[in-house]
Design a protein around this ligand. Structure first.
Ligand SMILES: Cc1cc2nc3c(=O)[nH]c(=O)nc-3n(C[C@H](O)[C@H](O)[C@H](O)COP(=O)(O)OP(=O)(O)OC[C@H]3O[C@@H](n4cnc5c(N)ncnc54)[C@H](O)[C@@H]3O)c2cc1C
Length: 491
């Protein structure tokens, strides 16, 4: 299919936010919308690769066809490689299907127009919560939105999930019936965007049903190289093949790594840095690519006492306590992330409000290649202290799960992880946010309507614009963001 030479709105990136935006923006039949996605696509549920639909697997291992990878430094001494979805549906098509909203106090870091009260209707519009009315209060939930949300029924919880739930209650934590409602911390079942064992991300929930619209065109296998500017106005995009598509408005939804990279390649960023890479600076916005946040995650390994049953959603229960989220994964990563090779099961200990801030740097050898992610995890002593406490508590909880956990060689009272231990077991939750922050200060990149400061007809709508990573996984909040921007009458 050849691209129209012009679309009223060109959306760059058909990931979680891009799919929602393209679907919502094309509800207006008088507006033409073109969605450009770098990765491969599909046009129906039966036509979707089974590995992408299977909610018990994250198809993001080293041999995955559905990801692109980025060189990263989690700490100065800890190199890593970070994967993101690169297909229609983006990271939301390959993720853990944990669909938990940001907490009301997360929005205190956002502009006032994004207070919890103001965003609640948009959260509700994204979902149909199957549990609403059964211990989950309808007030907080949608009944007609595209994304199906449900918690694993108690009787079907994996033994790891139910043992962890009981251990957390026995340790004095509160039971939380609805992790998507405001309220105190505690342990509860995870709201999942899974239906009949299938991951239903924004591509399936929002975009595929809209594909019959004459005013919506979706092109996959098309990587955008830069935004074309006329002065400070975005007038189109140029693809990697050298093709130019004209646009009335360009929306970058290329994800928290792709969008800042595209801005920089288009000459929008910190001028001195762009010049160093041979890019002509066009618009000075020093915050592009700087100050991002993501959740550091420590994988606390253990051994099963007896073999555990097979495939289940990767995470069915979580505990929130203070600055921590505890994640009793239902399978070793070797099983849930094919090719990852981590044979032992782990309990994930996540810092929900990290103080460390990272930077995205263009590759000096070739700025169009994957940029380098410099996380600077664990630099703040308070982050290290919180994670140490979390790991010690995780060890106590594991010790209280004798039906699942082999205690041989594992003495929770003598378990005192030092910094080197933390660093060895450190990973990231892949929740990168805030690389093109929304706000009004000198380092903010977009305004509270997601329009890039000092430009015209150019927006960024993805987790880049979150002022900081939410205290929960970002996916539900990303979908809400795109739902809200996509249903505005003017961009
Ligand atoms: C493996 C994994 C598991 C995760 N699990 C969870 C979870 O269970 N719960 C949760 O809350 N969060 C989870 N996350 C995070 C969550 O999925 C993401 O934060 C969210 O999907 C991001 O949405 P986005 O629209 O910002 O970006 P993405 O969904 O990443 O979309 C960006 C899209 O843009 C495309 N693109 C990039 N550059 C270009 C270009 N130049 N031209 C054209 N297209 C381009 C990409 O191919 C991609 O499809 C997970 C992330 C990963 C990677």
């Amino acid at each position: 299919m050849s691209a129209p030479p012009y679309a009223d709105v060109v959306v760059v990136g058909g990931g979680s936010c891009g799919c929602v935006l393209a679907a919502r923006l094309s509800e207006d039949p008088d507006r033409t919308v073109l969605l450009l996605e770098a990765g491969p696509g599909y046009r129906s549920t039966p036509g979707t690769p089974p590995a992408v639909l299977d909610a018990t697997v994250l198809p993001v291992g080293p041999d995955s066809q559905w990801t692109c990878t980025y060189p990263a430094r989690l700490t100065r001494r800890r190199p890593s490689v970070v994967a993101r979805g690169r297909l229609l549906g983006g990271s939301g098509a390959v993720n853990g299907a944990y669909f938990v909203r940001a907490r009301p106090d997360d929005f205190e870091a956002w502009p006032p127009s994004w207070s919890f009260d103001r965003v609640l209707p948009h959260f509700r519009a994204t979902e149909t919560d199957a549990d609403a009315g059964t211990g989950v209060h309808r007030r907080w939930h949608g009944a007609t939105g595209p994304v199906p949300v449900a918690r694993t029924p108690w009787a079907q919880l994996h033994p790891v999930g139910s043992a962890f739930h009981d251990a957390a209650l026995a340790a004095g934590h509160r039971r939380v019936d609805d992790l998507n409602a405001p309220g105190p911390d505690g342990v509860g079942r995870v709201p999942l965007n899974i239906r009949d064992g299938m991951r239903v991300g924004p591509a399936h929930a929002y975009l595929l049903p809209a594909l019959t619209r004459a005013n919506l065109t979706v092109r996959t296998g098309t990587r955008v190289r830069r935004v074309v500017l006329s002065g400070s106005r975005a007038v189109g995009v140029e693809t990697e093949d050298g093709e130019t598509v004209d646009a009335g408005h360009v929306v970058l939804a290329a994800g928290a790594i792709g969008s800042p990279q595209l801005l920089m390649l288009s000459g929008i960023g910190y001028g001195a840095e762009l010049t160093r890479h041979g890019i002509t600076p066009r618009i000075e916005i020093p915050g592009v690519g700087t100050g991002f946040t993501d959740h550091p995650e420590i994988a606390v390994p253990y051994r099963y006492r007896v073999p555990q049953p097979g495939p289940a959603p990767v995470l069915q229960v979580v505990l929130h306590t203070g600055n921590l989220e505890m994640r009793p994964y239902t399978a070793p990563f070797a099983a849930s992330v094919p090719g990852s090779g981590v044979a032992d099961p782990v309990l994930g200990v996540v810092l929900t409000r990290p103080r460390s801030r990272g930077t995205i740097r263009l590759d000096p050898a070739d700025p169009t290649r994957s940029p380098l992610l410099d996380y600077r995890y664990l630099e703040d002593p308070a982050d290290r202290a919180d994670l140490r406490d979390g790991v010690a508590h995780a060890a106590q909880l594991l010790a209280a799960m004798p039906e699942v956990v082999d205690r041989t060689g594992f003495d929770p009272d003598a378990f005192d992880p030092d910094d080197a231990w933390l660093e060895r077991h450190l990973g990231t939750s892949l929740h990168l946010s805030g690389s093109c922050r929304m706000g009004t200060d000198d380092t903010a990149v977009v305004d509270d309507r997601c329009r890039v400061h000092t430009t015209e007809a150019l927006s960024v709508v993805d987790t880049s614009v979150f002022p900081q990573v939410p205290g929960r996984g970002p996916h539900a909040t990303a979908v809400m963001l795109a739902e809200r921007v996509g249903t505005r009458t003017d961009l």
